[in-house]
Each structure stands twice: as C-alpha cells, then as structure tokens.
Design a protein around this ligand. Structure first.
Ligand code: UDP
Length: 403
C-alpha cells in the first residue's frame, strides 16, 4: 500500500516512514476517539489505520460510546477549550469520568502504544496498563476557558506525551509535547483525481449550476466555522459578480449542536436560490471531492479551528482557498501565495472578488497551494511523525536514536 504513494509523497518521508516501521513492526498501536464519521479526526483515522497495518504494525481503532448527556458535556468542553464561555459543573465532570470508566471496562486498552484523540476519551488514561500513552489534541486551545483547561490538564498530565497541531496550542499540559499538523490522503476517495464526467454527475445530482462561478465551504454546521459570515460575504460579492454559494456539511455523531446551527443557516439564507445548503450523508467523500473540484474559490472562514483539513483538501485540488486566520489555517495558507488569510467578512468578500476577477492569479495560487500540500500535509508525513513520537518515547534516556 505504501508503494502507491511513490511519486506523490516526498521521497524522504517515505524512506523515514519505512525505517521507523521496520523498528516498530509487530507492535500494537491503538487509536481511540469518539466517532467513526464526521469531522477531521475520523477522516484521518479511516486512512491511517490501513496504512499502519500495511507497514506491519498491528493498528486498531476503537471508539468510546456515551449517552446524550455525555456528548452535550463534551461539546461544552470543546467550546470552552476554544474560548467560548460554558459552565461545566462537578456532576458533569463526574459523568465524563464515569462514561470513560464504563468504556475502559469494555475496550481492550492493552497495546504497545495508545493514541487518545481529543478530550472525550481523555479520562481513559486513568485506566492505562502498559504501553506508551499519547494524547492527541486536535482542537484550538490557544485561548481556552481556564477552569476547563485545568480539568482536562489533570488527564493530559497522566499521558507520556501530548501532540498538538499548532505550536501555539502547546500549553505545558503534559511533560512531553510535540507539534504535528494533520494531513490528507491523496489516494482517498475524497482527494483522488476525478474525471470531468464524475464531477458533472455530482453537480447534476446535487443541482449545482455549472454555468457560473461556484464558491464553496465544506464544514460541519458549527458556529466556529462561521457559516452565516460566509453568506454575508457572498451577498457583498453577489452585487458585482454572478456566482453561486455552496455550503456543504454533514452531521457528526459527537456534535449535538449541528441541527440547530443548520436551521439557523437555512433561515439566514432565506430562500436565495443561489445559496445551496447541502446536508450530505456521512461518507459523501466523492461528492465533496467533486464539489471542491468544481469550485472556483474555496472558503474556510473559521473563527476558531483545530487545523482545518478542508483547507488542505481544497489546496490539493489546485484551488485558491480563502481561510480565516485561525488555528492551523495560517500553517497552510501563506498569505498571497498559497491562498488568502482573512479576519473579517468584508476582507473575505474583497478576496473573493479579487480571485473571481483574476483567473490567472487564481490558477497560480492553486498551483502553489497543491505543491505546498504535497511537501507538508500528506498522510505519509503525519504517519511518519506519529511513529517518530512513539519511537522517541521508547528511546527516552538514550543520547542516540538508531533507525
Ligand atoms: N467533511 C465531510 N463531510 C461534510 C463536512 C466535512 O466529509 O459534510 C470532512 C471534510 O472534508 C474534512 C473533515 O470532514 O475532511 C473536516 O475536518 P476539519 O479539520 O476541516 O474540521 P473539523 O470538523 O475536524 O472541525
């Protein structure tokens, strides 16, 4: 399987990946998160687990289960860590722990390395047996609500290492901290090359007109992704440039607020026939791929963002992406070269018009964007980095790490 990345991923990444995998072959590597569908974490795990297996590592992916009360609480934790004010009382924290305790009794947590994704399953660390335990924080904790950060910190502290997507997120929560940005898989259904017919089929079926420029944002319906801000920017542009706006999202099982935000967005769009709000079923990867390929300009106007995989996905398709200057988006968008960073609705509208009116600039930006993703944000690089952290933790105390 890893052979298929030859000629796509940088050679050095593939070489190091192989060397690390040879050293870790036969060992068990368990990933745990809280949903199999929806959002960036599930997106990466679906692809990374088979890659790890093909490298000879016994990789497993489990999810924790919880009731509505649990996911309401963990969404509050997510919001608070990203800076919103939320009140989480002692009983809620106890429930968080209890649900994890129940999951720990059912899951097989025995592995050589365990990677726990995000705050939902963080308390599982209280039930660790052997192995290297690593906490993977995917969310934007640059300006968290302090009390919530502290509670999560009591768990983070029990891990051997913590991994963040962006250096600004590292916050002395854990003795060993690493920065590893996420990645996309160029060979997945979401990112593989599509034929013109395949793109046209999706446009037809979803009712997207192809005779005008398409502006696209793909996101869960979440306020941090600012879908109403996107509609406002589109309205400013629409006065001068005829275009259609597509907002595509799908429900994530660990995000209870999605339905409410979706209905707010629908009200806000108020029957504009050129605003297409698509609620796609989970695993609509090929349709998302096709939407990204038919777009003229891609937006990711997030106000807070972990990394923003949709940015790399759009860039990989050679599209100019306009992204909110939040979380991991500035890691991907070099302003004016691989895309545009924006801080306001007006700024977004301004950059949209600039790109809609200048095909040559849009094409050049798209080319730079694709190359930047190739060098930095492909899944082979991220797999290499995870294995490096694991190997480093096994080599602790050694002054020389042999590969
Ligand atoms: N996604 C999807 N369907 C949707 C909306 C999003 O498959 O309707 C995917 C999107 O293509 C990306 C991931 O979910 O791969 C979202 O990751 P991102 O880091 O952008 O945001 P998150 O949801 O993790 O905050």
């Amino acid at each position: 399987m890893i052979e298929s990345y030859k000629g796509i991923s940088p050679r050095g990444d593939l070489l190091l990946l192989r060397k690390l995998a040879d050293n870790l072959a036969g060992k068990t590597f368990l990933h745990v998160n809280s949903t199999r569908e929806g959002g960036g974490v599930a997106e990466i795990l679906q692809r990374m687990v088979p890659i790890l297996s093909s490298l000879g590592i016994k990789a497993r992916w489990d999810i924790i289960k919880g009731d509505d009360r649990f996911f309401d609480m963990t969404k509050k934790v997510h919001n608070a860590l990203q800076g919103y004010t939320e009140f989480i009382d002692k009983a809620m924290w106890e429930h968080h722990y209890k649900v994890n305790e129940e999951n720990a009794a059912k899951l097989d947590l025995d592995a050589d390395a365990v990677l726990i994704h995000d705050p939902q399953p963080a308390p599982l660390v209280s039930f660790r047996t052997g192995g290297v335990w690593i906490w993977r924080c995917h969310i934007d904790v640059s300006n968290p609500q302090r009390d919530v950060f502290k509670e999560i910190g009591t768990y983070a502290n029990k891990f051997d290492a913590a991994i963040y997507s962006v250096s600004r997120f590292a916050g002395a929560m854990c003795p060993n901290e690493f920065i590893i940005p996420p990645s996309i898989d160029p060979l997945s259904e979401k990112n593989r090359e599509l034929t013109i017919e395949e793109i046209a089929e999706t446009a037809n079926r979803l009712g997207i007109p192809t005779d005008r420029s398409v502006i696209l944002q793909v996101s869960r319906f979440d306020r941090f992704k600012d879908p109403t801000g996107v509609i406002m920017a589109y309205r400013m542009v629409k006065k001068y440039n005829d275009c259609v706006l597509v907002l595509a999202g799908s429900p994530a099982t660990d995000d209870p607020e999605g339905a409410e935000v979706l209905s707010e967005v629908r009200d806000f769009a108020s029957n504009d026939p050129d605003v297409h709000i698509l609620l796609l079923p989970p695993f609509s990867d090929k349709d998302i791929n096709a939407l990204q390929r038919m777009a003229t300009v891609i937006l990711q106007k997030s106000l807070k963002e972990g990394f923003g995989l949709t940015v790399a996905e759009g860039m990989w398709k050679g599209k100019p992406v306009i992204g909110g200057a939040a979380g991991g988006i500035p890691l991907q968008i070099i302003h004016g070269i691989t895309g545009f960073l924006v801080h306001s609705i007006e700024g977004t509208a301004f950059r949209m018009r600039q790109l809609l009116n200048n095909d040559e600039m849009a094409a050049r930006m798209g080319q730079h964007a694709r190359e930047y993703v190739r060098q930095n944000f492909l899944i082979t690089r991220q797999t290499r980095d995870y294995l490096s952290v694991w190997y480093t933790m096994l080599s602790k105390g050694k002054s020389l790490i042999e590969l």
